[in-house]
Design a protein around this ligand. Structure first.
Ligand code: LFR
Length: 463
């Protein structure tokens, strides 16, 4: 949780809380599988907000973002079951059920999305089997659920709605025709709000608990899909640039004014997600540093560690000379939590490729493979959109990984501009700042990005 302050056109950040979002696995009963530990997170959120209010008693606005696609079902305001985590394998069942009614090409023409097994439209087909979907009178995406608990207002933020597969890519409104065909009750989907619109004031109960009674703090809609907020904060200096929002996932692509809905774009598995101010995030979801973090977790044998383990490994990986394999980071076997080094070795063995032999080789192989996937995605994005990307911006956690940024420059053959690391928080904050009148309300995304450039340094890597 990050507190932002805007002073003389510069944004500064203060981290008021940081807590892990660790999923829980239930092994029995109707909701067995991998789930959000949502109540524990909500407790941390209230605790963080209490701290934020102590540090900034004049706090004016709260904006919420999280990863995409996951949701809670409610009835009469009460949550039914525990929200599933998108890495739960049940959604592949859902894919078969949905495709029996609407094939991949039709879905793409309606929603403009890359096929990912975990898109909400597929999760819901598996959800129907639980019976909860028929009981529910409301579906809220995770950031909207938090906003509902804070304000009592149930609405769905539009950039995140665009990842569900149930929002029309042309009208950016709910696709009730598709819902009807799939047997999803259209009435459970809430009214849409756009980034920058007010959601509401804290309920009296929440305000009392947070020590904010009498204060004017309200929740403002932001790009509640974390990637939408991150892209809003990419410090583009020219339009001829690509971005990589690099964290657990790497979201690689271009910002466009209109979606690309050609058959080639569908075959290339590109997505047209909704961005802040009606922009289109034309990108491919390439895997990300998840491969590295799960490897480190495997080597630590589940033990908690610190960043020094990773720093040491990255230094050794930088010194690896000689070839390491480049593997397909998009292979489905890498999606669930678990032992990544063995899965990488298996992938190589199945193809007669020499597997990485040591830990530094595994790390190098992961980073080379990611960089190769970035280069391919950027070239395809250019071809499919007719736009050029002379520069590649890397934002998010991966922007601090010098080895990855250097390899990305080398494999793309382009200049890499790395930073800011907290792009998601920054994009979230700047949209709120504009709504709160801290920057002129007529500011464009380009104006907001100028604030990013003036406030945060970047590092440059040349090929
Ligand atoms: C990144 C992200 C991606 C989305 C994936 C799953 O954190 O939000 O954009 O595809 O997580 O929700």
């Amino acid at each position: 949780m990050v507190l932002g302050r805007l002073d003389a056109g510069r944004l500064s950040l203060e981290q008021v809380a940081r807590f892990p979002n660790t999923p829980v696995r239930f092994t029995e009963g109707r909701t067995e599988g991998l789930h959000w530990n949502i109540q524990a997170l909500y407790g941390e959120i209230e605790e963080g907000l209490r701290r934020a209010l102590r540090s900034a008693p004049g706090l004016s606005s709260i904006g919420i973002d999280a990863w995409a696609v996951d949701y809670a079902l409610l009835r009469g305001g009460r949550m039914l079951g525990v929200p599933y985590h998108y890495r739960d394998p049940r959604s592949s069942r859902g894919v078969r059920l949905v495709h029996a009614e609407a094939d991949a090409a039709e879905l793409f023409s309606r929603n403009g999305l890359q096929h990912l097994d975990f898109n909400t439209v597929f999760q819901l087909a598996a959800e129907r089997e639980s019976g909860f979907l028929d009981l529910a009178d409301r579906l809220l995406l995770v950031p909207d659920l938090i906003a509902y608990w804070l304000t009592g207002r149930a609405c769905t933020e539009a950039t995140n709605a665009s990842t569900t597969g149930l929002l029309s890519v042309t009208g950016r409104s709910w696709d009730t025709g598709l819902m009807r065909r799939l047997g999803y009750p259209a009435g459970i989907f809430a009214d849409l709000v756009r980034p920058g619109e007010p959601v509401g004031a804290l309920t009296a109960e929440v305000a009392g608990r947070l020590g904010a009674a009498g204060g004017g703090v309200r929740v403002t809609a932001v790009g509640s899909h974390d990637t939408a907020s991150a892209v809003a904060a990419v410090p583009f200096a020219s339009a001829d640039a690509a971005y990589i929002s690099s964290g657990t996932w790497s979201l690689v692509g271009l910002e466009l004014d209109a979606p690309v809905l050609t058959a080639e774009a569908q075959r290339a598995n590109f997505t047209n997600e909704g961005g802040v101010d009606g922009r289109v995030r034309f990108l491919r979801n390439v895997s990300g540093l998840w491969l590295l973090s799960e490897s480190v977790r495997t080597w630590r044998d589940g033990r908690a560690g610190d960043d020094s383990d990773l720093r040491g490994l990255l230094a050794e990986a930088a010194a690896v000379d000689g070839g390491v394999p480049v593997f397909d980071v998009a292979d489905e076997r890498f999606l669930p939590p678990g032992d990544m080094p063995s899965r990488i070795r298996d992938w190589c063995a199945e193809r007669g490729v020499r597997p990485p032999r040591s830990r530094p080789e595994v790390v190098r192989s992961i980073l080379e493979s990611l960089a190769a996937a970035y280069a391919e995605a950027i070239e395809e994005a250019e071809k499919l959109s007719g736009r050029k990307a002379g520069v590649v911006h890397v934002v998010g956690g991966g922007s601090q990984n010098a080895l990855l940024c250097g390899l990305t420059a080398r494999r793309t053959g382009r200049r890499v501009v790395a930073g800011p690391v907290e792009a998601t928080a920054i994009g979230n904050l700047l949209v709120q700042a504009r709504s709160a009148g801290l920057v002129p309300p007529e500011s464009t995304l380009e104006d907001l990005r100028a604030i990013v450039r003036d406030s945060f340094p970047v590092a440059v890597y040349d090929p």
